[in-house]
Design a protein around this ligand. Structure first.
Ligand SMILES: NC(=O)c1ccc[n+]([C@@H]2O[C@H](COP(=O)([O-])OP(=O)(O)OC[C@H]3O[C@@H](n4cnc5c(N)ncnc54)[C@H](O)[C@@H]3O)[C@@H](O)[C@H]2O)c1
Length: 232
C-alpha cells in the first residue's frame, strides 16, 4: 500500500486535499501531519476521521528529531507539502516564524525524504505547494509563467521563494523528484476567517465595516479551492 504524507492537512487547502485522497484512493494510506496552529482545525475533516486509510499525526515539521523518526517509522513513498505560515499580514508583524516554518520546516522534510530514498528514487515524488506571490505583483495586465524571475515582496513570499529554491536544489543536488506549484490566491470552504473572502462575509453578516477597498488591488486573481486540489 502506497503511503502518502500530506503536511498541513488540517488547514484550508490541505483539508480538501486530504479528503480527496482518502476518498478517491482507498489503496493509499494517507498520513496527515499538522501542528494544529491557529490555522489548523480537525473539524475540517470530521467526515473522514474514522476511515481505515487515514491517520492524523499531531506534529511540527520544524522538529527535526520527530520528523526523522516519523520518516523512518512510516517510510512515506510521497510527500505533499502544504504546511506553512500562510498569511501575508502576519508575516509583516512577525516574520521569524515564517522563516522557521516555511524555510527550515521544508528543508527538514526534504532532508528526511532524501535520507530515506536517496538510493532509490523510482516512483517517489515531493510535491511542494507554493504561491504565485514569489513572482511579485502583477499590474493591470500580464501574467506569470514558470520562467518569470522571482521577485518576492513580503516576508511570506520571501520565505516561500526560499523554500522553492531549496526544493529545486535538492532536486539538482540529490536527484530528489519534485513538483512545485505556484498557484494564485484560493477561496472556499474551511478558509480561516482572516483571509479576504471569509473576512468580508463575516463582516457583512455581523454588519461591520468590510475592509478598505484598496486591498482588492493585491488580490487580482482568486481561484476556487476545489480547482487547486484536483490532481487528476
Ligand atoms: N490560501 C491560498 O490562497 C494559497 C495560495 C497559494 C499557495 N498557498 C499555499 O498553500 C499551502 C496551504 O495554504 P492554506 O491557505 O491552506 O494555509 P492554512 O494557513 O489554512 O493552513 C496551514 C496549515 O499548516 C499547519 N502548520 C503550520 N505550521 C506548521 C508546522 N510547523 N508543522 C506542521 N503543520 C503546520 C497549520 O496548523 C495549518 O493546518 C501553503 O503552503 C500556502 O503557502 C495558499
Amino acid at each position: 500500500m502506497k503511503k502518502i504524507l500530506i503536511t498541513g492537512g488540517a488547514g484550508f487547502i490541505g483539508s480538501h486535499v486530504v479528503r480527496r485522497f482518502v476518498n478517491k484512493y482507498p489503496d493509499y494510506h494517507i498520513y496527515n501531519l499538522d501542528a494544529l496552529t491557529y490555522a489548523g482545525n480537525l473539524e475540517n475533516l470530521k467526515d473522514i476521521e474514522g476511515k481505515e486509510n487515514y491517520t492524523f499525526l499531531h506534529g511540527d515539521i520544524t522538529d527535526e528529531n520527530y520528523i526523522t523518526a516519523l520518516f523512518n517509522t512510516h517510510q512515506f513513498d510521497d510527500v505533499i507539502h502544504l504546511a506553512a505560515e500562510s498569511h501575508v499580514d502576519r508575516s509583516i508583524t512577525g516574520p521569524l516564524v515564517f522563516a522557521k516554518t516555511n524555510i527550515l520546516g521544508t528543508m527538514i522534510l526534504l532532508n528526511a525524504f532524501k535520507e530515506l530514498w536517496a538510493n532509490n528514487w523510482a516512483d517517489r515524488q515531493f510535491y511542494h505547494i507554493s504561491t504565485d506571490e514569489v513572482y511579485g505583483t502583477l499590474g493591470e495586465t500580464g501574467l506569470f509563467k514558470e520562467t518569470t524571475s522571482y521577485d518576492p515582496n513580503s516576508p511570506y513570499s520571501a520565505s516561500k521563494a526560499s523554500s522553492d529554491h531549496f526544493v529545486r536544489a535538492y532536486g539538482e543536488t540529490y536527484g530528489l523528484p519534485y513538483v512545485i506549484t505556484n498557484c494564485s490566491n484560493n477561496y472556499g470552504p474551511n478558509q480561516f476567517p482572516e483571509k479576504l473572502i471569509p473576512l468580508f462575509i463575516n463582516n457583512i453578516v455581523q454588519k461591520k465595516v468590510i475592509a478598505s477597498l484598496w486591498r482588492w488591488e493585491i488580490y487580482p486573481r482568486l481561484v476556487v479551492c476545489y480547482g487547486s486540489c484536483r490532481c487528476d
